[in-house]
Design a protein around this ligand. Structure first.
Ligand SMILES: Nc1ncnc2c1ncn2[C@@H]1O[C@H](COP(=O)(O)OP(=O)(O)OP(=O)(O)O)[C@@H](O)[C@H]1O
Length: 262
């Protein structure tokens, strides 16, 4: 029987993972990880290099399927649906669970076409006017409309690094995802662009469930409501961000947040 708190956690979950193992060939990269991720909030994954944060993040939209040597075991459900069910189409899953990467990676296309790309593939617009609306509203939600509206035909790659990352966020938003996974989205950005993306993450959580991998504990503290600390492939502890940073339960978390390793 789950405790009342566990039951509450379960009923509030957007993503529920149980006993997840990930292997790369013989390397056991994720060891028995179970976690509940809440909707409309930001969950940060932190931990020293190589602890498995990105590997676990990639499990949540089956990006690991693209790595031949990787094998995922255990249970991962989004809205109660097993995302590893063979009937699930990974392309549709990745529209529902979008991803933003470490380095901004706009397509070598115009700003407009970068944002319109996924909407076209998934047939989300019936005509040009609807596509225009999707592009405009996605750029607005990504906080990029003012900077982009007069240069929609220019290449996305001609924007600054911070603008390119917000363009990639607009591209992810354009296919109406429910979850956005971010793998160190600010690591290639300067402090001003980082602050803009962090502000954006805070706004986006009203409408999306966000999971962010970050090397920066300050960033985790600024943007997330909950934090999960990974070490050597194990999820050591997960909880309210303020508790993890001020009153961690596990000595390994304490050592990491006080800079004793990592
Ligand atoms: N494509 C891959 N093939 C083989 N092993 C991999 C692959 N990707 C990751 N690993 C291994 O899995 C483990 C976890 O790596 P992962 O990149 O998930 O960690 P991380 O915590 O995100 O690290 P970092 O913070 O440095 O990005 C490491 O031992 C790593 O070497």
């Amino acid at each position: 029987m789950p405790t009342i708190e566990q039951a509450n956690n379960m009923s509030q979950s957007k993503i529920s993972a149980g006993n997840v193992q990930v292997y790369y060939g013989d390397t056991h990269a994720i060891k028995d990880v179970s976690i509940e991720i809440r909707p409309q909030s930001v969950t940060a994954f932190i931990g020293p290099s190589g602890c498995g944060k990105s590997t676990f993040l990639r499990c949540l939209n089956r990006m690991n399927d693209t790595i031949a040597s990787s094998r995922v075991e255990g249970r991962i459900e989004i809205d109660g649906e097993n995302i590893y069910d063979p009937r699930v189409d990974p392309v549709r899953l990745r529209a529902k669970v979008g991803m933003v990467f470490q380095k901004p990676n706009p397509f070598p296309k115009s700003i407009y076409d970068n944002v319109a790309y996924g909407a076209r593939i998934h047939g989300l617009a019936r005509n040009k006017a609807e596509l225009d609306d999707i592009v405009a509203s996605s750029l607005q939600k990504a906080g990029l409309w003012e900077e982009a509206k007069d240069r929609l035909d220019e290449p996305g790659t001609g924007m600054s690094g911070g603008q390119q990352q917000r363009l990639c966020i607009a591209r992810a938003i354009a296919v109406s995802p429910e979850v956005i996974l971010m793998d160190e989205p600010c690591s290639a950005l300067d402090p001003i662009a980082t602050a803009k993306v962090e502000e954006l993450i805070d706004e986006l959580r009203e409408n999306f469930t966000i999971v962010i991998v970050t090397h920066s504990m300050q960033q985790a503290a600024r943007v997330s409501q909950r934090t999960a600390f990974f070490h050597l492939g194990v999820l050591v502890e997960e909880g309210l961000t303020q508790d993890i940073f001020t009153n961690p339960k596990d000595k390994r978390t304490q050592d990491y947040i006080t800079g004793r390793f990592g």
